[in-house]
Design a protein around this ligand. Structure first.
Ligand code: UD1
Length: 426
């Protein structure tokens, strides 16, 4: 059992360095499957999900070395991909980390076959796979659901135009990784535009893929015969940078975030400026300073470049200590306000109405034991503990360590009193 213990009261002050993005590194590791030989991905965050993805690839026959400790919280993944890959992924691993579903596209492209368990729902909503399935079907794959597994087969993938009903990050990635080795041209319309997609495109292009439109909602892919292994550096984690920025503002702090890319955080940093913070871009990062109680701001989550759903719990936490009332709307995941009940235990005044919450700000929160049910809500609860009087214990810390490398250490280095306590399961 992992529990984060937070003694509230400190301002976050100092310098923090952000490593590569979880949501990119996992997909880059899957992309390595597309070429026989050894690909090396650097700035891979030292988190539980990367270890799980390493295991997924090993079970497909890859030789995976995760080398951590080159720099704080990050390392590299060396992935040796054999000529003949296994095509089946375990339920046990996909159940622990839904992102493992991103091996579907590369396996279909390389082997013409993939068996991947249906991951089921999780703590932020139902998270369907219909867009992945419909898109791959357009490229000629036959996909059936048997005994809890998706079994996808294709004699040959053939390029086609795919219109996504919603700009799903995962579906865009699976289609990209299938399209690069398909015959002819694939067009993904209404594609997701997240920086992590652009990062995946840049790795695929370095491997020899032909892709136009990175960062736009239309991706055009001309299939090639084969790809080569590469070395690639993961894009910095905008969600970790954003989490630290929200923590700085909530605590009236002054934090320099190295590797934080302001242009990946336009909307969330704009909201912090509206709340009264000063954000300054510096070479290789940005500085965020807050010298007053935050003003309440309204926030609406949307696919990139909108406000990221992954920072919504931090936005609710900020609203809980702001002057005035905030209206926060969640448009991406249906059940992402589940954590609000935990925040209420810390004294926050929050009313939920469907996919909206109204938050009336109080100057301070009050400590209590709370439980994290997902990665981002967990990080949001830790930040709320920083502005609560007394000692807050956030259980369910195993969720947080899935996505934040050494979160407690990073906050301690900024002057907070946060420890991660690990005890054996009863
Ligand atoms: C990724 C990120 C997650 C982030 C999310 C949105 C990873 C590992 N995770 O998740 O941190 O919060 O993007 O930015 O990169 N949907 C369907 N059918 C589909 C696919 C998606 O209905 O076939 C729905 C989902 O249920 C959800 C919404 O679309 O409500 C967004 O999902 P998607 O963009 O696919 O997110 P993920 O790739 O799962």
């Amino acid at each position: 059992m992992n529990t984060f213990a937070v003694n509230g009261g400190a301002r976050l002050v100092g310098t923090a360095t952000v490593t590569g993005a979880k949501n990119s590194a996992l997909k880059l590791m899957a992309a390595a499957l597309l070429a026989e030989g050894t690909s090396t991905i650097s700035a891979v965050p030292e988190i539980a999900d990367v270890a799980i993805m390493g295991e997924v690839l090993r079970r497909l026959g890859c030789d995976v070395e995760l080398d951590h400790g080159q720099e704080s919280g990050a390392g590299s993944a060396r992935i040796g991909v054999p000529q003949r890959l296994g095509t089946e992924t375990d339920y046990e691993l996909v159940r622990r980390m839904r992102a493992a579903i991103c091996v579907l596209g590369p396996l279909l492209a390389r082997c013409g076959r993939a068996t991947v368990p249906l991951p089921g729902g999780d703590n932020i909503g139902s998270r369907g796979l219909d867009l992945h399935i419909a898109g791959l079907h357009r490229l000629g794959a036959d996909i059936r659901n048997e005994h809890g597994f998706l079994i996808a087969t294709a004699d040959a993938l053939v390029g086609a135009t795919v219109w996504l009903d919603f700009p799903s990050v995962g579906a865009t990635e699976n289609l990209l990784m299938a399209g690069v080795l398909a015959k002819g041209t694939t067009v993904i319309d209404n594609a997701a535009r997240e920086p992590e997609i652009a990062d995946l495109v840049s790795m695929l292009v370095a491997m020899g893929a032909k892709i136009d439109g990175a960062g736009t909602s239309t991706l055009e892919i001309v299939g090639v015969e084969g790809l080569q292994p590469v070395q690639h550096t993961t894009v910095p984690d905008r969600v970790v940078a954003g989490t630290l920025a929200y923590g700085a503002v909530m605590t009236g702090g002054d934090v320099l975030i190295r590797n934080g890319r302001t242009h990946h955080l336009d909307v969330p940093l704009g909201k912090l400026t509206d709340a009264g913070a000063e954000v300054t871009s510096i070479d290789g990062g940005f500085r965020i300073v807050m010298d007053r109680r935050p003003r309440a701001v309204d926030i609406v989550t949307l696919p990139y470049p909108g406000f990221p759903t992954d920072l919504q719990p931090m936005a609710v936490g900020l609203a809980a200590v702001s002057e005035g009332s905030s209206l926060i709307t969640e448009n991406v995941f249906e059940a992402r306000f589940m954590f609000v009940n935990e925040l209420v235990r810390l004294g926050a005044e929050v009313q939920v109405d469907g996919h909206h919450v109204v938050v009336r700000g109080h100057e301070r929160l009050s400590s209590a034991p709370v439980e994290a049910h997902d990665i981002r809500a967990g990080a949001g609860l830790v930040l709320a503990g920083l502005v609560a009087d007394g000692r807050t214990e956030v259980s369910g810390g195993h969720h947080i360590v899935r996505g934040y490398p050494d979160f407690a250490g990073q906050l301690r280095a900024l002057g907070a009193d946060v420890t991660l306590n690990t005890t054996p399961d009863a």
